[in-house]
Design a protein around this ligand. Structure first.
Ligand code: ADP
Ligand code: MG
Length: 473
């Protein structure tokens, strides 16, 4: 018998601020432990939180980018629990009055085509500290630098129907947040974290099954693996006549297995109440509409525009919009005079390879345009241009032509030189010359290849063929 999987995700993203949610400590990643702390985020008695306006602004932007309604009034609440990484004994979050509700994300499902995931809510909260289990032998150390880091929690409706779909949704969500400039969404640095809720049911059953929650999985691939493992665990339970109980699980990336760690807590366990130190957050409607107007072009709109304006394929457009910087670079190369499809090939090829390695662009768009023009004018072969490109990043004040000349890559189309190479080739292949003259005309390709080889790639192939034809007559 078959089962349908139902998934809803709770995604925590770190908002791109310089300082923390309720105090002025820095949020820099990788600082020495416990150096970015103060009475507020250490929870010392009498210290008072002050909301970070930039975090609020970025939260509003994220909500608008996801099509949510931003509420004029939202309320910070205390979520009470004990854990060593939580010095105050509570986390400041938002509960029954979140910043925003009711949005949606459209995405490409690997199984169902174009899909839509409802966004239940987006709220602001602060992060906890970090327990370090490998720092001190037989001890657990605590680094509170993260405590108080601003987060937006984005809760989806249970609209996803497979582990692969959950991954595709996450990728789309991440792209939107990066384009909106609200978070860098780096899973390695913990600025995007996912709690995945999953249940199964019989296809056609309108009721939802009992869900479980897999916590804090550290890559999109592992979210998919963890959900697949959990869905199978639930199937085995139900098929053996047992029931699924509401549990929280951890995923072990080494074994690929999920393990229940505790029974699920209910929201009343947290004793939520409005934080008496923080008045309700009231946003002026003008502020919200300004943020809406200032929203940059989002990935979907940009893809559509690239396809329309530059006649790119859907594939090229989606690769180019995988990062806003790449799309911007591509548009600059086109603006510098390169034909769009040629520009797209360069950016998706050599440019992206080095961008993925270094996170930046070593060759300015105008220099790439100059290089591409050398190919168009027949000065360089495409192969030679790729070699020049590799060198250009290191040779910041040399023009592409100067680099090509220095490397001896400029194509020779001058007839005298071509005739010299052609005659050498014909002299050393009398056999093939005889066969060619007897009518085996496909040997032309062989001769061109030999000339290119003899010239070490410098002969202009467009010029070689007429010379060959002439000498073979
Ligand atoms: P909780 O109170 O347990 O945190 P919520 O109703 O807040 O539960 O939902 C948390 C997440 O779990 C949401 O993303 C939601 O879409 C998802 N979810 C809720 N019920 C189910 C279910 N039966 N199966 C799968 N996901 C679910
Ligand atoms: Mg929840």
């Amino acid at each position: 018998m078959s089962w349908e999987t139902v998934i809803g995700l709770e995604v925590h993203v770190q908002l791109r601020t310089r300082t923390k949610m309720f105090c002025a400590d820095r949020t820099t990643f990788g600082d020495p432990p416990n150096t970015n702390v103060c009475p507020v985020c250490l929870g010392l008695p009498g210290a008072l939180p002050v909301p970070n306006a930039e975090a609020v602004r970025l939260g509003v932007r994220a909500a608008l980018a996801l099509g949510c309604t931003v509420h004029e009034t939202s309320v910070f609440a205390r979520k009470n629990y004990f854990y060593p990484d939580l010095p105050k004994g509570y986390q400041i979050s938002q509960y029954d009055r979140p910043l925003a509700t009711g949005g949606a994300v459209e995405f490409e499902s690997p199984t169902r085509g174009r899909g839509r995931v409802g966004i239940t809510r987006l709220h602001l909260e602060e992060d906890a500290g970090k327990l370090l289990h490998d720092r001190v032998p037989d001890r657990t150390a605590i680094d509170l630098n993260r405590a108080g880091t601003p987060l937006a929690e984005i809760v989806s409706e249970p609209d996803l129907r497979s582990a692969a779909e959950a991954r595709a949704y996450l990728q789309t969500l991440r792209q939107i947040l990066i384009f909106a400039g609200v978070s860098d969404c780096s899973m390695e640095q913990g600025s995007l974290r996912v709690d995945a809720n999953v249940s199964i049911r019989r296809p056609g059953d309108p009721r939802l099954g009992t869900k479980t929650e897999v916590k804090n999985v550290n890559s999109f691939a592992n979210v998919e693996r963890a959900l697949e493992a959990e869905q199978l665990r639930q199937q085995a339970l139900l098929e053996s006549g047992a029931r699924v109980t509401q549990v929280t699980l951890l995923f072990n990336a080494g074994t690929g297995q999920v393990k229940p760690i505790r029974s699920k807590e209910e929201s009343h366990d947290y004793r939520y109440f409005p934080d008496p130190d923080l008045p309700p957050l009231v946003l002026h409607p003008t502020f919200v509409s300004e943020q809406r107007a200032a929203l940059p072009e989002l990935p979907e709109a940009r893809r559509t525009r690239l396809i329309g304006a530059f006649a790119l394929s859907a594939y090229d457009a989606s690769v180019l919009t995988s990062e806003p910087a790449l799309a911007g670079y591509f548009e600059s190369v086109v603006a510098a005079g390169v034909e769009p499809k040629t520009a797209a090939n360069w950016v998706i090829g050599d440019v992206m390879t080095s961008f993925n390695q270094t996170g930046g662009f070593s060759v300015e768009p105008s220099r790439l345009a100059a290089l591409v023009n050398l190919v168009r004018e027949g000065v360089l072969s495409h192969r030679a241009a790729k070699r020049v490109y590799a060198e250009l990043g290191r040779a910041a004040d040399e023009t592409p032509r100067a680099v090509a000349e220095r490397l001896g890559l400029v194509q020779v189309s001058e007839e005298g030189a071509l005739v010299g190479w052609v005659d050498e080739v014909l002299r050393s292949h009398p056999n093939e010359v005889g066969r060619y003259r007897a009518g085996e005309s496909k040997l032309m390709g062989f001769f061109v290849g030999q000339v290119m080889k003899r010239s070490k790639g410098k002969a202009d192939p467009k010029g070689v063929q007429p010379v060959l034809a002439d000498r073979l007559r």
